[in-house]
Design a binder for this molecule. Structure first.
Ligand code: PLP
Ligand code: LYS
Length: 422
């Protein structure tokens, strides 16, 4: 689905008039299309049909409870990386058994809480973590279920900051180390080590690295099975890329599923996939007002009321997001703008030299592809309160996060008027 086409000159998204929406809810405003999210999760399920496969949505992409609830209604479980994400997933009605816990640095308290909740599986990323899970599960008198996160040492051909499957990355362990764990698994009697996991990176636009990594993991599964190890689960991770730019090619869910089907042919256990971005990115827009147009010596700046604190991706990864002006753009003169926010950093730039229809103060623009890693990575930098979020469905909208007010932003701060010794 091409979101820019959906918005086009009509100014509507999921049947909702965006100008009327922001007149009520203000800007900056995150708006997500419920039908677009449903369409994605259903498409993925259809592509995976015929395999015993479960979707474990990566909560980090967008952890808003309403989004999680929507995905839970569509049968998705959750991939979490913190105790906070576990709370969100459980609160949204995702069954503990459908939660997998990934991440290189789980605290004892998080492991304990996950065991208490009865989550489905830990994706273990180091021997120290395996030891910790053993210790905590033994103290609880329970058995933890675990997969080893393999680092297949494959270049995911994505941005270096979101590449996770090379040997020099902090994630997972080598196949050689994992082999040692399976050989010595009696050392961890309170851990049922019966799964493999991988996640080589995010925003993957080529499936070739996934094919390569899966081949390595599948060969390891076969080796383990031949050695008598019962492998009940293979988790292929997330990472499926999306179109941030009109005309960009992104992988197709059916091609992705075909690749998994082929690599894991003959596997009798459960297959898990952990998409985040692919399910929600293109279903979200960040709506923002043009504060002013500024003619610099060298550039023409379009200064928005949204900034890097609201959507960090362009500043952090120099990521491209399509930007559209809401309204009738037919026959409009087009000009090149540097689209920036009000934050006091030169990096607070959404786009450079971007051709857009001529804009004026007060115009409304939509930054596309903002449904994933947008609100979830927002901060209050420059003391800018967190933006509101709305879910759109069939011409209606629900406010799923209120705009943060100033009092809420500083609520946990204290003056240094009470000193304690430590
Ligand atoms: C372990 C794990 N699973 C799944 C994901 C989801 O990634 P994406 O949003 O690229 O699908 C991530 C983030 O990259 C991750 O670290
Ligand atoms: N936050 C990143 C993706 C990281 C994925 C999490 N492992 C992005 O916006 O593209």
């Amino acid at each position: 689905m091409q979101v820019s086409g959906l918005i086009g000159n009509t100014g509507t998204f999921a049947g909702v008039d965006l100008a009327a929406l922001v007149a009520r809810e203000g800007t900056p405003l995150y708006a997500y299309s419920a039908p677009a999210i449903r369409e994605r999760v259903r498409a993925l399920r259809a592509a995976l049909a015929g395999m015993d496969a479960g979707i474990r949505y990566a909560v980090k992409a967008n952890g808003n409870g309403a989004i999680l609830r929507l995905l839970a209604e569509e049968g998705a479980g959750a991939d979490i990386v913190s105790g906070g994400e576990m709370q969100r997933a459980l609160r949204a009605g995702i069954a503990a058994a459908d939660i997998v816990f990934s991440g290189v640095g789980k605290t004892d308290a998080e492991i304990d809480a996950a065991l208490a909740a009865g989550i489905g599986r830990f994706n273990v990323e180091s021997r120290a973590e395996l030891d910790a899970i053993q210790r905590i599960a033994a103290a609880r008198g329970c058995t933890a279920v675990a997969s080893v996160r393999i680092n297949p040492d494959v270049d995911a051909l994505t941005h270096a900051k979101i590449s996770t499957g090379k040997a020099e990355n902090k994630f997972g362990v080598s196949i050689a180390e994992a082999r040692g764990w399976f050989d010595a698994k009696a050392q961890w009697p309170n851990v049922r080590l019966d799964g493999l996991h991988m996640h080589i990176g995010s925003q993957l636009l080529s499936l070739d690295p996934v094919r390569e990594a899966l081949a390595r993991m599948a060969a390891f599964w076969k080796e383990l099975a031949a050695a008598g190890h019962d492998i009940a689960s293979i988790d292929v991770g997330g990472g499926l890329g999306v179109r941030y730019r009109d005309g960009e090619q992104a992988p197709d869910a059916f091609d992705y599923a075909a690749l998994i089907r082929e690599a894991l042919h003959g596997f009798a256990g459960r297959i898990l996939v952990e998409p985040g971005r692919w399910l929600v990115a293109e279903a979200g827009v960040l709506l923002s007002r043009v504060l002013l147009v500024k003619r610099g010596e060298a550039r023409r700046f379009l200064v928005l009321d949204a900034a890097m604190n609201d959507l960090l991706r362009p500043s952090l990864y120099e990521a491209w997001h399509d930007i559209v002006r809401i309204g009738d753009n037919t026959g409009c003169e087009r000009l090149a703008y540097d689209v920036v926010g009000p934050v006091c950093e030169t990096g607070d730039t959404f786009a450079q030299n971007r051709e857009l229809p001529r804009c004026e103060a007060g115009d409304l623009v939509a930054i596309l592809g903002a449904g994933a890693y947008g609100a979830s990575m927002a901060s209050t930098y420059n003391s800018r309160p967190l933006a509101a979020e709305v879910l759109l469905d069939d011409g209606r909208y629900a406010l799923i996060r209120r705009r943060q007010d100033f009092d809420a932003m500083i609520a946990d701060e204290r003056p240094a008027d009470e000193w304690r010794s430590a």
